[in-house]
Design a protein around this ligand. Structure first.
Ligand code: HH2
Length: 261
C-alpha cells in the first residue's frame, strides 16, 4: 500500500504532494513502481496535529481519488469522516482506511452502505493532538487486541462482512518506543482475531529512535521494518517508498519466505 498524503503537514512528506496535480503525479509514480493499493489521505495524524475542516479534507482528497481510480489498482481513502468516506466510495474508491476504526458517528454506516468496499480498522490510543503525551497501558498487546476485537464486532454488527475487514495495531499512535516494540514482537498473536493485518512502520519515530536517523534518512529502517512486519504475519504494508519495498519483497518471496511462495 503506497502512501499519498495530500496534506501540508504530514510528518515525513508534508507539502510534497499538497497540490492535486502533485498528488496525482505521485499516484502515477507509485503505480509505475509496482504499488498494489494507493492510500490517499487529506488529514495528517502525526502527533500534535488537528484535523482539517470537512470542506478542506474533501477538496484535498476527491480530485486525487478521481484520478487514482483510473489507474487500475485498488484505491483506499485514509479518513475518519463519514462524508469523506461516502464521497470517495461514490467516486470509485475501493477501501476505507480509518485510524479511528469507524468510531466517528456515521462512519460504520457509510462503509456498510457500500457492499463491495474494504475497510481497515486501526488502533489509536487517544487523539493525534495529545496521543504521544506519556501514553499508558497495563498490557499493550491485550489492550490493542481487545479494542480491535470490539471494533471488529461493531463492524460485523453494522453489516460489514468479515472478508471486507483488515486490522492494524497502529504503530506510533499513542504508543511509546517500548509499547511499539512489545506489540511488534507479538504482532502475530493479533491474527487470532481473524482478519488479515495491515501495518504502517514507514519512516515512523520509533525507527528514528532505533537508528538515530532523522525522518528523511529512514528508508533502510523502513524497508527492514516492512519485511519484519511481513515475517510477523502482516499481509499489507503501508509505505512511502514503494519501489524499494517492492524490490525487498521480491527477494523475500524468491527466498521462499512469502505467504504466496
Ligand atoms: N499511519 C499514518 C497514517 N495512516 N493508517 C494505517 N492504517 N496505519 C498506519 O500506521 C497509519 C495510517 C501516519 O503516517 P503518514 O500518513 O505518513 O503521516 P501523517 O499522518 O502525518 O500524514
Amino acid at each position: 500500500m503506497g502512501i499519498v498524503n495530500v496534506t501540508p503537514d504530514s510528518f515525513s512528506d508534508g507539502g510534497h504532494h499538497a497540490a492535486a496535480s502533485q498528488a496525482c503525479a505521485h499516484c502515477d509514480r507509485l503505480v509505475a513502481e509496482g504499488v498494489d493499493i494507493l492510500d490517499i489521505g487529506g488529514e495528517s495524524t502525526r502527533p500534535g496535529s488537528v484535523p482539517p475542516s470537512l470542506a478542506d479534507e474533501l477538496d484535498r482528497v476527491l480530485p486525487v481519488v478521481r484520478h487514482a481510480v483510473t489507474l487500475g489498482v485498488p484505491v483506499s481513502v485514509d479518513t475518519s469522516r463519514p462524508e469523506v468516506m461516502a464521497a470517495a466510495l461514490q467516486a470509485g474508491a475501493d477501501i476505507v482506511n480509518d485510524v479511528r476504526a469507524l468510531q466517528w458517528p456515521g462512519a460504520l454506516a457509510a462503509v456498510a452502505a457500500h457492499a463491495g468496499a474494504g475497510v481497515c480498522l486501526m488502533h489509536m490510543h487517544g487523539e493525534p493532538a495529545t496521543m504521544q503525551q506519556a501514553p499508558q497501558y497495563e498490557d499493550v498487546l491485550a489492550e490493542v487486541a481487545a479494542f480491535l476485537g470490539q471494533r471488529l464486532k461493531q463492524a460485523l454488527a453494522a453489516g460489514i462482512a468479515a472478508e471486507r475487514i483488515v486490522l492494524d495495531p497502529g504503530y506510533g499512535f499513542g504508543k511509546s518506543l517500548e509499547h511499539n516494540l512489545a506489540l511488534f514482537r507479538a504482532q502475530e498473536q493479533l491474527l487470532a482475531l481473524g482478519p488479515p493485518l495491515l501495518v504502517g512502520w514507514s519512516r515512523k519515530g520509533t525507527l528514528g529512535q532505533l537508528t538515530g536517523r532523522p525522518v528523511d534518512q529512514r528508508l533502510p529502517a523502513s524497508v527492514g521494518a516492512a519485511l519484519a512486519a511481513v515475517a510477523r504475519g502482516a499481509r499489507i504494508v503501508r509505505v512511502h517508498d514503494v519501489a524499494a519495498t517492492v524490490d525487498a519483497l521480491k527477494v523475500w518471496n524468491a527466498a521462499g519466505l512469502g505467504a504466496a511462495a
